[in-house]
Design a binder for this molecule. Sequence first.
Ligand code: SF4
Ligand code: SF4
Length: 382
Amino acid sequence: MISSPESISVLPNAIEEVHAFWIAGGSCDGCSIAAVGASSPSVEELINGTLPGIAKVVLHHPVLAVNAGEEFIKPFRLAAKGELGHPFVVLCEGSIMDESLAAKTGGYWSGLGADLDEFGDPQPIPSVSWITRMSEHAAAVIAVGTCATWGGVPAAANNPTNAASVMDLLGEDYRSSLGLPVINIPGCAPQGDNITETIASVLLFLHGLVPLPEFDELGRPKWLFDETVHRGCTLAGYYEEGTFAKEYGDKECLVEIGCWGPVVQCNINKRGAINHCGGCMNVGAPCIGCTMPGFPDSFAPFYKMPPGTQVSSTISKTTGTLVRNLRQMTQAYHNKTHKWIEEGHVPSGWGHIEQPSLLDKITHYAYQKLQYKGSHKPGSNN
Ligand code: SF4
Ligand code: SF4
């Protein structure tokens, strides 16, 4: 794992533009959609060069490009030969499929542009060919989405394409022209800001303006993928208090109906899906582990309780029941003014507020003794 930038170069100063080539393998284009939905930073900010310290990004994307045909392909050809004349990064979306299998039937899995064969007929250039040739000269290769990072859905058991990841294609010894191994931004689809923020961080580093961002042993941006879904989940309080959803649409923790969040590394609950809104649990969906190398097979069948949950949710139910009741008691007192407590009555026209029982009062008295121990209780004379 690279932990120091000693073996890594930076781009020369005064680089005005960095090219970014987007190449799709076996994909659904969902990662492209996620990227254009990013807001911090946005694709527009990157390609307009409005981010301080970051060169303007010239994006070559097969769907977003204005150019078409050979005019669009020409920069790819130059980059593959190391003759582009500008530094560039390769962004890979989709899994790497075994083109030798497709070639047996005269077909291909995924490609971009065409070369003429010996008969003068155009033949598609496979994506894998572009990635292999361009990666030799690229300042960085960034795999975007779970298909590119680990293989994803196309690489699920019994697939006919022998699909794999960009890391599998380029191997563990691969280093970019500046010394970086493949960078991985997983997710199906990834959170859009995770894509653009990683690109921006790498560009800042390559300009020599910030230290090398920290990546984990699988090349994931550590600051984005170090924590579990569960630690940032808006439903974690329900888990802690031992209350669990029984069916979809219930508001409580989703672990008993298939959530793998406690063991999955993903930040979508903290960051939201788009523009800080949405995100799986925030919209009622259990985590199915889409950022993880084991996805999808290791998390199947989806929507079934993970086996380890039986132990942890049983513990939560036991301790959570006690904790929940104590909290409700405290909360009831904190929903009253001192005047209402002293008078034993809440003058609300919205509903009848139960008065505390003798046990509640004794518990609250003990609670307050602890709360104000060593300090002054507001309104008291000592
Ligand atoms: S819904 Fe999932 S991630 Fe959220 S608290 Fe429950 S188990 Fe954890
Ligand atoms: S919470 Fe789970 S299912 Fe949702 S994006 Fe993250 S890893 Fe994928």
